[in-house]
Design a protein around this ligand. Structure first.
Ligand code: GLU
Length: 417
């Protein structure tokens, strides 16, 4: 098997959707390439006095519909093709929920859990200074992703502001509340995944109460999705993190697990009667109605796809399913709520945060949630309707909507010069 290349995955999906829309290749050729790629080598003084140099990237896939927008990932497996794919997914995600952004992503090849707080802060500040020429509230706005959090966003905001000589809160979203973060942003991606799950269950005439759900990944998105679905009455039968997973057919005690992990502990250390320890791949194949991959890309692949027993997959991670596995699942009759729709709640609330920063006007958490919900629900309905109308899976439906919006923006603007 050829090595998995997520950007090739993106290109296949774009080609498929664009040709279904009847666009000639010249109309969408441009969106198959990122507009700008910046690669930097980030020197950092470590606590022991040595200097280590980390590879970093910021890729802006598109600014056709607005400033580039997307997270910043700290992970040892970050590489250019991954960042390019993640940047393109941001373009289509923002288009599918119709917020005025293009798409971008950044990453640093580092295991953040192996650095001290001081090392992480110096890395973030130096990286920010090196991408400062291409980011800004009007051009490209980073946000949290795998391995980064509100604290890291706060350092980015401070570094950028120091370089500009004045406070620029709108340069980054997902910040701490004390420096212009939006209440509800931390929970927003998980809340959006929960809403997407409720929406698909409703379409399939299945009550949420007692529905069995398996969640792969217990970071920000997986843990909050589990919490919110548990509160809605769903039975979370399995959950996992990097250390492995937990399984209980009667449903896991999510509040107790959240309390356990809140101090930074991993699930491998969790013990409770009736709870079995399982592997991460095993989790994908447990008996459940809804499977929620909330970790990294390329999880449902040629090795794992045949074990999937779920009837519904709600993609909380970006790109968790390979193109080939997608086709296999479709044949099996599995309904997939695609990543660019299901996990868009985060960037929707990022948009609110940016709008608030620019206007220096702030909303309450209730207002933030009340504005996000209709956007998620409307986008879900649009994707559902087009997929029924055209007889295609929801992923293709989402791309039909997204690509049309991006291509129409390009055609309206015209090709400069
Ligand atoms: N990293 C998140 C995502 O993949 C959030 C991006 C943002 O808020 O800009 O959607």
């Amino acid at each position: 098997m050829a090595e998995y290349n997520p950007f090739e995955n993106v290109l296949k999906v774009v080609d498929n959707a664009a040709s279904l829309l009847g666009y000639p290749p010249q109309d969408y050729e441009m969106i198959k390439y990122p507009e700008r790629e910046l690669q930097v080598s980030v020197p950092v003084e470590m606590d022991d006095g040595s200097v280590r140099v980390f590879d970093g990237y910021r890729v802006q896939h598109s600014t056709l519909r607005g400033p580039a927008k997307g997270g910043l990932r700290y992970h040892p497996n970050v590489n250019k093709d991954e960042v390019k794919a993640l940047a393109a997914w941001m373009t289509f995600k923002c288009a599918v929920v119709n917020i005025p952004y293009g798409g971008a992503k950044g990453g640093v090849v580092v295991d953040p859990f192996k650095l001290s707080k001081g090392e992480l802060r110096r890395l973030t500040r130096r990286f920010t200074s090196m991408i400062a020429p291409v980011i800004g509230p009007d051009s490209d706005i980073p946000a949290p992703d795998v391995g980064t959090n509100a604290e890291v966003m706060g350092w980015i905001m401070d570094t950028y502001s120091m370089l500009r000589g004045h406070c620029v809160p709108g340069v980054v979203t997902g910040k701490p509340l004390s420096v212009g973060g939006a209440p509800g942003r931390n929970e927003a991606t998980g809340r959006g995944v929960m809403l997407s799950t409720l929406n698909i269950l409703k379409k399939m005439d299945m009550p949420v109460n007692g529905v069995s759900v398996a969640v792969q990944g217990f970071g920000n998105v997986g843990s909050i999705t589990s919490k919110l679905l548990h509160e809605k009455g769903a039975k979370i039968v399995a959950a996992s993190d990097v250390s492995g997973g937990l399984y209980c057919a009667e449903g896991l005690d999510i509040p107790r697990i959240l309390e356990f992990t809140s101090g930074g502990k991993l699930l491998e250390g969790y013990e409770q009667e009736g709870v079995k320890h399982i592997g991460n791949e095993e989790l994908l194949g447990v008996d459940c109605t809804v499977l929620i991959p909330a970790a990294l890309e390329n999880q449902i692949n040629d090795k794992t796809v045949d074990n999937v027993k779920a009837k519904i997959i709600v993609e909380a991670a970006n790109g968790p399913t390979t193109v080939e596995s997608d086709a296999i699942l479709e044949k099996k009759g599995v309904t997939i709520v695609p990543d660019i729709l299901a996990n868009a709640g985060g960037v929707v609330v990022s948009y609110f945060e940016w709008v608030q920063n620019i206007q220096s006007m702030y909303w309450t958490e209730e207002e933030v949630n009340a504005r996000m919900e209709p956007i998620m629900n409307r986008s879900f309905e649009e994707v559902w309707d087009i997929s029924k109308e055209k007889g295609v899976p929801m992923r293709t439906g989402a791309y039909l909507i997204a690509i049309k919006r991006v291509v129409e923006a390009q055609k309206t603007r015209g090709l400069w010069p």
